[in-house]
Design a protein around this ligand. Sequence first.
Ligand code: NAD
Ligand code: GLY
Length: 365
Amino acid sequence: MKTITVALANTPYKIYVGEQLICAKNRLLQPLAMGKDVFVLSNKTVYQAHGKKLHAFLSAHGLRAYVHLVGDSETSKSLRSAISVLQAIVRFDRQKDVSLVAFGGGVIGDLAGFCASIYKRGIPLIHIPTTLLAQVDASIGGKTAVDLPQGKNLIGSFYQPKAVLSDATFLKTLPTPQLACGLAEVVKYGIIKDVTLFSFIEQNYHALLLADSAALSHVIEQASRIKAKIVTQDERETRSIRTILNFGHTIGHALEAAGNYRRYNHGQAVALGMLCAADISAQLGLMPAATVRRIETLLANLTLPVQIKHISLNTILSYQFRDKKFSGKTNRWVLISGRIGRVCVKQNIPLAIIRAAVAKRMASV
Ligand code: NAD
Ligand code: GLY
């Protein structure tokens, strides 16, 4: 088991990463100041697959658990389901000292985080993420959110958990496209901060896609270390340090929205967005064109898309203008600076260059 500290001045916490972490012999919650009652938020898919392990783990700590299941999709990240979760907590919380355990992917993590942050102005929150994306990204750093019909993540808060417990063995039951989605984010960490992590994925993509727990533990640990460090330096994204986590997300978010959140999942959209950002970096002479091909080969090996289909160039560009990184006439891009492992933030990239980068990714179908 590896331990990573998110060394925030006021709300430090530990991320535990390993195989078979969630079992009766591991008393990882013991050092935390929490009461005897835990409200577990999960969904049917996750709970049916791994609920027994969670119960054995919580019982070994002497904790009493109440389980609340929400629907299995992004639609659960709504104000309506937040209210129903909060009402269920109220029913469970009669004179108890309740903590919230988020047991699932990023949807559960974001919803649980939001509810934990506002119930009684904040109750202890533990993340036990069960998708790779949630282990390397959503559960770390304290961003919580629910969606509005007008857009994703429009209502939210910053609220740090007491601990994050990332068990790679949970990923054995994760469908391969979901695993690939998380691996896209791991590739992102390699590109922005760590060429050794990038090379590890190049050499081990097959094992990673087969959910090999040792290979996955390694990338979860490395990615978590990178995110923990960035969040520690810029918790509220006010110093342009956390911004680099958005590498590939400018076009990625536009593609997700243009495809009505159905055509591309988050990781697929980010994969295509990273290729566009890499292409822009090459067009601006910030790095060699061969690096775009290296990234493309890795993403294709991870079964991620490298060509955009069924959405027009103009639609993508119009969604890109709506992105929150685009204010007025100014755009802001995270680009590769010289080599994999180093990025910079640049503003005012000419539209012709963005257009050319996206056009290159359009499939001729
Ligand atoms: P998800 O939570 O919808 O999970 C994907 C699917 O995998 C679901 O059907 C889920 O039931 C299933 N699943 C989860 N664990 C499983 C397991 N071990 N075995 C089998 N199936 C399992 O999606 P996600 O990709 O984990 O998260 C996406 C969400 O995360 C989005 O809402 C996004 O906005 C949010 N997010 C938040 C942050 C943040 O910083 N807060 C960062 C990135 C993404
Ligand atoms: N997922 C981006 C961030 O946490 O800042």
